[in-house]
Design a protein around this ligand. Structure first.
Ligand SMILES: [Zn+2]
Ligand SMILES: [Zn+2]
Length: 341
């Protein structure tokens, strides 16, 4: 007897349909989770546009989730049926150089739930027990679905050389950019300059108290210099994944400053390496999160709940998955969209 569930399935380029599929069968070291909330992410758009290097249809997308454990494999575990949880959606090989060094988040063969295997835009999802994080008492499951993007930001701030009193610039104010800016403030930045072209996102950044630059009208580089007494930003976080971002970042950062590359550039974008040489810049990438970033992000869910709540722009049932994806693509008035299967 195979039980059925509803799922939003990426079936071919540009197309996601909600249909009945079998409920996943769990293995010994896995658990089945009833999905409460699943966040839509920019990566999901890359997948359905057919431009993701690995994701292939048919696939249930979705890697940001919260829910309740309903079934557990045979392995002995701290996780129990009935636990409210979130999932760190990384599947690493355990054998490559990075994994042996304990950097399994940059595994050479890294795979993700909702990208390489079926994910969370469904009534149920299965996940390896060791990727499941139990939520503390009192955390809302809506906010817990933001653990994943929050952990991305946590990792960004952790790998950066941010110091108390630093003036930082964030290029791109989507959900990740906004979370990076919020955590930079917690990390001691005295001025947080957010550069963005979308009006709705700029308004939200203003609401959070950041110094905003409307990059559709003002040159972000000269504005950053004005705002930093001609010095440039101590740290620049490139979260936009755009060609203008890679050009601006080396210009707006201070001499011997640091650039953290967060945004995913679908194609190689040009930058001015002479600036990197002459200014002795440090360029460093930041990819997903380590287990510790996930644990810390979970600890931030309650203290940061008001800010996190402001990032949720829509909540839809699963049947509106396509509409949600369209809204994220149009950017207009969408920030984080949650699906509630
Ligand atoms: Zn994501
Ligand atoms: Zn590996």
């Amino acid at each position: 007897m195979s039980r059925k569930m509803k799922a939003a399935v990426y079936v071919n380029k540009g197309k996601v349909v909600v249909r009945e599929v079998p409920i996943p069968q769990i293995g010994q070291a896995e658990a089945l989770i009833k999905v409460e909330c699943a966040g839509i992410c920019g990566t999901d758009l890359t997948i359905i546009s057919g431009n993701h290097p690995r994701a292939r249809p048919p696939l249930i997308i979705g890697h940001e989730l919260s829910g309740e454990v309903v079934e557990i494999g045979e392995e002995k575990t701290e996780i129990k049926v009935g636990d409210k949880v979130t999932v760190r959606p990384l599947l690493s090989c355990g054998k490559c150089y990075a994994c042996q060094m304990g950097w399994d988040h940059v595994c050479q063969y890294l795979r993700l739930l909702g990208i390489d295997v079926d994910g969370a835009f469904a009534e149920y999802v299965k996940a390896p027990l060791e990727t499941i994080h139990k939520l503390p008492e009192g955390v809302s499951l809506d906010l817990a679905a933001l653990t994943e993007p929050l952990a991305v930001a946590q990792h960004v701030i952790t790998v950066s050389n941010l110091k108390i009193g630093d003036r930082v610039a964030v290029i791109g104010a989507g959900p990740i950019g906004m979370l990076v800016a919020l955590l930079a403030r917690k990390g001691g930045a005295s001025k947080i300059i957010v550069s963005e072209v979308n009006e709705y996102r700029l308004e939200l950044a203003r609401h959070f108290g950041f110094t905003i630059i409307d990059a559709s009208r003002i040159d972000p580089v000269s504005r950053v210099f004005e705002l930093t007494n001609g010095m440039g930003a101590d740290v620049v976080y490139e979260v936009s994944g755009t060609a203008s971002g890679t050009l601006q970042m080396v210009d707006m950062v201070k001499i011997r400053g640091e650039i953290i590359l967060v945004g995913v550039h679908e194609k190689p974008d040009p930058t001015n390496f002479t600036q990197a040489t002459f200014k002795e810049l440090v360029l460093r990438g930041s990819r997903v999160y380590m287990k510790i970033d996930y644990s810390r992000a979970i600890e931030l869910l309650i203290p940061e709940q008001d800010n996190l709540r402001s990032l949720i722009s829509h909540r839809f049932g699963l049947e509106k998955a396509s509409k949600g994806l369209d809204l994220v693509r149009q950017r207009g008035k969408a920030m984080k969209i949650l699906l509630k299967p």
